[in-house]
Every structure is written in structure tokens, then in C-alpha cells.
Design a protein around this ligand. Structure first.
Ligand code: 5GP
Ligand code: MN
Ligand code: MN
Length: 480
């Protein structure tokens, strides 16, 4: 099936321009040979479809965790010229600024084990989970606008998190260019009661411990060491982001026709980057991105409170510092060197993590020499990874890495094949406790539905996009 692909190196495969009519650039798939065998033909098709869009630069890329998505594959990265290119909501995804953050601690695995069960019960109580779950935090319309524009700055000013957290969020948790007037009443209505909620399915809060350090120096710079407990939060912009994507997809579907952009798939709806329609979407997308950063910030704050209620008596400082927060569903205007020239491009990362190299001006001061931390969740039964970006990441992948292990089994298939209760028992026998609203959800999110996180991360490491720093094993997970 994959005869059409040209092997560039051990972990790089080219989808040639002739693969589909109208491709402006080749596709570039970053996978090992064994991961290539897990790739669906349709995903390759999606990579090729994206290559037909106007103003695309270098190549249409797919990360090693790539699988089928809406229009663009999940794990897809594409950069479009600021003047001649396009902006497309499908290249960002419905969960705008879905992302991951990692919080360290001064606790060891042994400190936490005896109290793990109560800790998870309390986290599960404090942090609303599930599809339509609502928050105990109620914001007014004015506050919501403030959140859309100021992101994490709002959170810290209102007592959620501390000043030091801000620098450790991508874009300081406050992407510029938001315009709340581009956000519909419906999106606001959905967003207002959901700040500080995890949402459903794939989203989680996981208590973990570090079982392996690959790079002592980098780990020390991030405050990480073997045996230490961390927790990870994965969620996005909830109903607000979903509605913003839905609203603007409709507008951009007509705009694609208006601007005569021929689309191989209508899910690729887009408009010229500088058009009113594309810019309106982008301004609304920024609102959702800032909302998502606040969402993760509030969840982190509540989780810190729970940790403190369990351990503060025994420790003078729990050291619950934010290591880093990265978006993995977002479009950004960035400068990249293309054919030796500095060029402004709208980089779409959809199920892909930014990975900026050492010295990049967007990095916080304390990570400037290190490179941007990259956080790769695995599954509730397999390792997650912390990496740091290396100098070649810009050249290889517009400063982008994978965002997870990537799904191999559909939710529907998983529900048929697996029983949630069995998975829960099996994980429990391995010392991993799961709290979820219903057992079927555990089946849909079972470790077996995902590729091997270790294999996926090795591709990114071997390519020289980001190097491995630490491996995290799950102790307990709360799930929507
Ligand atoms: P997505 O953003 O595409 O929904 O998910 C990102 C990645 O999170 C998935 O590809 C998967 O590898 C990872 N993941 C899903 N559920 C869990 C979990 O419960 N724990 C951890 N550590 N990772 C998970
Ligand atoms: Mn999400
Ligand atoms: Mn996600």
C-alpha cells in the first residue's frame, strides 16, 4: 500500500507531489517503519489533501502519532505563507488549544502511595469531569471577555495560580490578537459555566512518578528527578472552543467558494490568510486559546489545593511548580527560515506540540539555554514523556513535535472489544487507580487503543526534534 512513499531517512517518508492532483508541495511523514504499518491510507490522503491548499510551505507534515482527523489529520502540521496562504479551522481542530501541562512536586512516590486513593477521590470531587459538566466557578459576561483577552493574567489576578506560572505557559497563557466581538452568544453561553472543568473522554488529570531520567542536566533545570511525583492536566477550551470552531467553519465554507479555493475535501474549509473571514476566525480562535489556558490554570489551582490538604502538614513546601504548559491544537503566526529567508507563516498544529529550540525569543528565561519543554502523554497504563526541543526542530518540522501516542483503535471498536471493569481491575493490579464517570469510558481510553508512546517518542528523539529528558509512569488518573 505504501509503495508510493519515498524513504528519505530512517524516520522520514515523502508523499510525492503526484500522489494526488493539485499538490503544491510533497507530504512528509515522520514515522519509523513499524509505525508506518499502523498508518491508515486515509491519513496519507489527508496529508496529501492539505498539500493542495494555497501558499503551503515546504511540505504537509504528519507526526509519528498521526491518525485520521477532521479534514487535517491529527498529528498534522502545515505552515501557510502570511500573504499567499490560508487559515483553516480544520487545521486547528474543534478543541481549540487542547493542551497539556505538567506540575512537579517535592513528594516522592513513597510519600503518595499510602494516600493515593483518598487523593484521587478528592481530585475527582474537586474537578468536574464529563461531557456537559459545570464548574463551581461562575464568571460574568464581562469576566468571560476578560478571560478571552487576557488569558492566564486574568486567572492569576483572580487568585488562581501565581505570577511565576505565567512564564511557564506557551505564549505566557495570553496569546495576543483576541477579539471577543468575533465570538457568538452561543459560544459564550457554552463557555461561561465550564471554566475549571476537564471535559470528557481523552481529557484527564493524572498523578504520576518519574521512573527514569535520560538527561540529568535538563531534568535538573526543570526541577525533575527520579522517584518524584508529578501531575499532568490534559484539556482544552470545552464548549466555547467547539462552538467557535463550528460557527466559523460555516463562514469559511462559504468563503472557500467566494475566493475560488478548490478543496479536495470540504472539511478543509479555509480562506486567504488576510481575508476578513480568516482573520475573524483567527481572532475568535485566540479567544478560545486564552480560555483554554485559564481552564488548565484553574484546574491546576484546585488540584494544588487538594495536594496541600493531604500533604502540607508533613512538608513546609510541596514545590507544586508548573514545569510547562503546551498547546497542541492551535494556529500561530510565526517566523521561520524558508529557503534561507525569514518568512512569516501561519503554522497550524493539530494534535502536534510546539517544539522551539534553545535561544528562541519565545522561551522563558530559565529555559532559554535548554530548549522548550515538550510534554507527551502516553495513556493511563503506559509512560508519558518530557522532552526538550533541540536546535534542528525549526528546520525539520517548523518547530513541532508529536502530541501523544495516537489512537489505533476507534472508540466504537474499543467499546465492543473491551470491558471497562476489566481494564480498571487490570490497571489496579499494576498499582494504577482510575476514577471515571462510567466504565465504558475506561474501555474507550484503555492503553490498548493507543500506539506505543515509547515508539512514537523515539522517532521525535531520533530525528533530532526534541530529546528525551524524563519518563513518567501513571499512579492514578481521573477521566471525564
Ligand atoms: P488527544 O489530544 O489527541 O485527545 O490526546 C493526546 C494523547 O493523550 C493521546 O494520543 C494519548 O497518547 C494520550 N492520553 C490519552 N489518555 C491518557 C491518559 O489517561 N493518560 C495519559 N498519560 N495519556 C493519555
Ligand atoms: Mn481535547
Ligand atoms: Mn488534546
Amino acid at each position: 500500500v505504501f509503495d508510493v512513499l519515498k524513504r528519505i531517512s530512517d524516520n522520514e517518508w515523502e508523499v510525492p507531489v503526484g500522489f494526488k492532483p493539485g499538490m503544491n508541495v510533497p507530504g512528509r511523514i515522520f514515522v519509523s517503519e513499524s509505525l508506518l504499518n499502523m498508518l491508515e491510507m486515509e491519513t496519507l490522503g489527508q496529508v496529501a489533501n492539505v498539500a493542495t491548499l494555497p501558499g503551503i510551505q515546504k511540505y504537509s507534515m504528519a507526526m509519528p502519532d498521526a491518525h485520521l482527523g477532521y479534514g487535517f489529520s491529527i498529528g498534522g502540521v502545515a505552515a501557510f505563507d502570511k500573504e499567499t496562504g490560508i487559515i483553516s479551522p480544520g487545521g486547528v481542530g474543534f478543541d481549540i488549544n487542547c493542551g497539556v501541562r505538567l506540575i512537579r512536586s517535592n513528594l516522592s512516590e513513597q510519600d503518595v502511595r499510602p494516600k493515593l486513593s483518598e487523593l484521587l477521590d478528592d481530585l475527582f470531587k474537586a474537578i468536574p469531569t464529563g461531557v456537559g459538566s459545570k464548574s463551581r466557578l461562575r464568571v460574568t459576561d464581562a469576566e468571560l471577555e476578560d478571560i478571552f483577552v487576557h488569558g492566564v493574567q486574568w486567572a492569576v489576578e483572580n487568585g488562581y495560580g501565581v505570577e511565576a506560572d505565567i512564564a511557564h505557559c506557551e505564549s505566557k497563557g495570553q496569546m495576543p490578537g483576541a477579539d471577543p466581538s468575533k465570538v457568538s452568544a452561543k459560544a459564550r453561553k457554552r463557555g461561561r459555566p465550564q471554566i475549571g472543568t476537564l471535559g470528557s473522554g481523552n481529557h484527564f488529570l493524572e498523578v504520576q512518578y518519574i521512573d527514569k531520567i535520560y538527561d540529568e542536566e535538563a531534568a535538573a533545570a526543570m526541577g525533575l528527578k527520579e522517584g518524584q511525583v508529578t501531575f499532568m492536566v490534559h484539556c482544552g477550551s470545552r464548549g466555547a472552543g467547539h462552538q467557535i470552531c463550528t460557527d466559523h467553519l460555516q463562514i469559511l465554507t462559504s468563503a472557500s467558494k467566494k475566493y475560488n479555493i478548490s478543496l479536495p475535501d470540504r472539511q478543509l474549509a479555509c480562506a486567504p490568510a488576510q481575508s476578513q473571514e480568516a482573520q475573524d476566525y483567527f481572532k475568535a480562535m485566540v479567544c478560545a486559546a486564552n480560555y483554554a489556558w485559564v481552564n488548565r490554570h484553574v484546574i491546576m489551582h484546585w488540584a494544588r489545593e487538594i495536594f496541600e490538604s493531604h500533604f502540607a502538614n508533613d512538608f513546609c513546601d510541596l514545590g507544586l511548580d508548573l514545569v510547562y504548559d503546551v498547546a497542541h491544537n492551535i494556529a500561530k503566526l510565526e517566523e521561520h527560515k524558508i529557503d534561507g529567508k525569514n518568512t512569516e507563516v501561519y503554522v497550524h498544529r493539530k494534535g502536534a506540540t510546539r517544539a522551539f529550540p534553545p535561544g528562541h525569543p519565545d522561551l522563558p528565561e530559565d529555559y532559554l539555554d535548554l530548549g522548550q519543554p515538550v510534554l507527551i502523554p502516553g495513556s493511563m497504563g503506559t509512560p508519558s514523556y518530557v522532552l526538550c526541543s533541540t536546535k534542528d526542530s525549526m528546520e525539520i518540522s517548523f518547530g513541532s513535535a508529536c502530541h501523544g501516542a495516537g489512537r489505533v483503535m476507534s472508540r466504537k471498536h474499543a467499546k465492543k472489544e473491551l470491558r471497562g471493569e476489566d481494564i480498571r481491575d487490570e490497571l489496579s493490579s499494576r498499582g494504577i487507580q482510575v476514577r471515571a464517570t462510567q466504565p465504558s469510558l475506561i474501555a474507550e481510553e484503555a492503553p490498548a487503543v493507543y500506539k506505543s508512546s515509547s515508539e512514537v517518542v523515539d522517532v521525535v528523539h531520533d530525528l533530532g526534534i526534541a530529546r528525551k529528558v524524563a519518563r513518567l509512569l501513571p499512579m492514578g488518573v481521573i477521566k471525564g
